[in-house]
Write a protein that binds this ligand. Structure first.
Ligand SMILES: Nc1ncnc2c1ncn2[C@@H]1O[C@H](COP(=O)(O)OP(=O)(O)OP(=O)(O)O)[C@@H](O)[C@H]1O
Length: 616
């Protein structure tokens, strides 16, 4: 169990951080809310004293019945108005704090330059709890802290009032509240532990829920009849989570019922004593009223104090996850002495070893490779050979486990990662299809060009997708989504225009256009850029890419060897090592793995071409 789950750390720092965040997000609502809470804290004590004076006035023990009655009426009006004002300020505070906290959280998340953390289940659980905490916790901590302060002021006021009447009963009432406080804090620890425990369960449940509603998954789910299977799994996860929550609820029920009995016993005994004292002439009717109100109020305030303290404590445990994500620091250590990437250098991999984690197998086992500047290099190899992994290392999504990658002699680890990525363009195998308009889908490749329609169209032309996009219902402004409407369409009299779904190959060309938008990039990475294209489109794309590659370094991964044969250098990866490299003719002559693969593919094509004059 970690310190976070066990809650062994002091919560003082976290309280300070949450209050600081609330102060920075919304100082005025915070001040207003604090002032109203202070008023609400004093209200019950003032009301009880006014009631006592009125009652004593009615029985002839006091002459201040009229001013006390007026005060009572004013206090009643205030008691009615206060909750509404409090609710408004609380909501205002909550909105501002959520905005601020979420923004900070995702700024921190965007700061993680690598991919490793996003593949770590412990990090994903922490992030989920941090997201929850960002949405609710700072506001609830403020509410809880002020609630605790309010209850403490109320308790103090009544304890003083009660002590004037009976010190013994005061001690008994206070004593009965101590176990409540301890039990509530212990329960809050347990609640936080349960939340940590059910987090992976709930993440899986969310995953199943998303699958069941996902348009891309819908085809396979229906075809393979997976709906009930997935629903069953989702249900099973909820049942498991419910079981954990139920166990906790039962423990709470038992503890809190026992503690309520203790409190009720103390209050009953005190009441008997107060009535007997009044009957014996040792007190007034006002004293009895004061006593009854004070005991009830002290118990209620102590109960509320314990509950607020426990809830705040639990929120702080969750808030710890939020703070942890913010304090994680960079996943890729920034260079101690940053260096500039030289223009136009070769890229060299020197004895690069890589595995995704300590308990994962080696994927790259001592890769030595030079990618000369301005050349086109093709990377080929069987599935799982490590081609995409090598590309991910070039983009510095991960660091080599050992060895180094140099650009013009400069180790990539010595270069700020943003500088490196600014010099690169890429189409990944698992490219993104954003639920945005067609123009935005391309413009995201270079944000300054997002509103530059000429550049967007030029990139679409280069990727051979311009015609397709022009023919869409709203041209480049068509929403490429069946999930969202174009926001600007929301108020149209005819109703919003539905989005459009592109074909796989059209999406792929769009992804290519996105990469090509960065026309000044020095290294272009194309990981299977034509896997989804028809033969004519593939031929056309490769012709265009050859033109575009001129003068810049390109790295092409493809299983279609016909597409890579004109590359300046073909590199064959096998078992995490460079098995051979050279030009197409040279490798064919060598008769190694490339030649075998090429022959295999060529034979496949030969068989499909019917011989003229003969029936197939
Ligand atoms: N994020 C990851 N975490 C753990 N293992 C991974 C990850 N990504 C890839 N691998 C593993 O690394 C190996 C190489 O994968 P990689 O995607 O680099 O191969 P590839 O040569 O590009 O294959 P393909 O031709 O099928 O695209 C595979 O065995 C894969 O299971």
């Amino acid at each position: 169990m970690t310190a976070r789950e066990g809650g062994g750390r002091s919560r003082l720092g976290e309280t300070g951080a949450a209050l600081g965040l609330a102060w920075r997000a919304a100082p005025r609502p915070l001040l207003g809310y604090t002032a109203l809470t202070a008023t609400a804290a004093a209200l019950p004590v003032a009301t009880a004293w006014s009631t006592k004076v009125v009652l004593d006035g009615l029985t002839g023990e006091s002459a201040r019945v009229v001013p006390a009655s007026v005060a009572l009426a004013c206090l009643a009006a205030l008691a009615l108005a206060l909750p509404h004002a409090c609710r408004y300020l609380r909501a205002e505070l909550g909105r501002a704090v959520t905005l601020h906290a979420q923004d900070r959280l995702y700024t921190a998340v965007n700061g993680f330059a690598g991919l490793g953390r996003f593949e770590d289940p412990a990090f994903l659980d922490r992030l989920r709890l941090a997201e929850q905490a960002a949405r609710h916790t700072p506001g609830q901590v403020v509410e809880g802290a002020l609630g605790v302060a309010q209850s403490a002021v109320t308790v103090l006021g009544f304890v003083v009032s009660l002590a004037v009447i009976s010190p013994v009963v005061t001690a008994a009432v206070l004593g009965a509240a101590v176990p409540t406080l301890i039990a509530e804090i212990s329960l809050s620890h347990r609640r936080a532990r349960v939340m940590w425990k059910v987090s992976p369960i709930e993440r899986r449940e969310i995953f199943y829920g998303r699958l069941l509603g996902d348009v891309q998954a819908a085809k396979e789910i229906r075809l393979f009849g997976l709906g009930d299977f997935l629903r069953g799994r989702m249900r099973a996860e909820r049942v498991r989570a419910n079981e954990e929550h139920r166990r906790l609820d039962r423990r709470e029920l038992a503890t809190q019922s026992a503690l309520s009995l203790v409190s009720a016993g103390a209050a009953g005994a005190g009441l008997v004593l107060a009535i007997r004292a009044a009957l014996d002439g040792a007190g007034t009717a006002g004293d009895v009223s004061m006593f009854v109100v004070a005991v009830a109020a002290v118990q209620a305030a102590l109960g509320s104090l314990a509950e607020q303290a426990a809830r705040t404590h639990q929120e702080l445990l969750m808030f710890g996850h939020y703070l942890d994500v913010g304090r994680m620091g960079p996943d890729l250590p920034p260079p101690a002495r940053p260096r500039r990437l030289p223009r136009g250098g070769d890229i060299e991999l020197r004895d690069v070893w890589f595995r995704y984690g300590e308990d994962h197998p080696w994927i790259l086992r001592g890769v030595d490779l030079t990618i000369p500047h301005g050349t086109s290099v093709a990377l080929v190899g069987l599935n799982g050979a490590g081609k995409s992994t090598l590309v991910k290392l070039l983009c510095r999504f991960y660091e080599p486990t050992s060895g180094s990658i140099r650009w013009g002699g400069v180790d990539l680890r010595d270069v700020p990662v943003e500088d490196l990525r600014r010099r690169m363009g890429a189409v990944f195998q698992d490219y993104m299809s954003y639920d945005f308009t067609a123009a935005e889908n391309i413009g995201l490749g270079d944000l300054p060009a997002l509103g530059d329609r000429d550049r967007v169209v030029a990139a679409a032309r280069r990727a051979g997708v311009d015609d397709v996009l022009r023919r869409l219902p709203r041209g480049y402004d068509t929403m490429l989504s069946r999930t969202f409407f174009l926001e600007a369409d929301g108020g149209d009299g005819d109703g919003p225009a539905p989005g459009v779904v592109l074909s796989g190959g059209q999406w792929q060309r769009l992804a290519l256009a996105r990469a090509l938008l960065r026309d000044d990039c020095e290294v272009m990475i194309l990981d299977e850029p034509s896997a989804g294209l028809d033969a004519r489109a593939e031929h056309e794309i490769h012709r265009r890419l050859r033109l575009l590659r001129a003068g810049r370094t390109s790295l092409l991964i493809s299983h279609r060897l016909g597409a890579v044969r004109d590359a300046d250098l073909i590199v064959v990866l096998e078992d995490g090592r460079v098995a051979e490299q050279g030009g197409h003719d040279e490798l064919c002559r060598a008769g190694g793995p490339y030649a075998k693969l090429f022959r295999l593919q060529a034979e496949g094509y030969r068989d499909e071409v019917p011989v003229a004059g003969r029936e197939p």
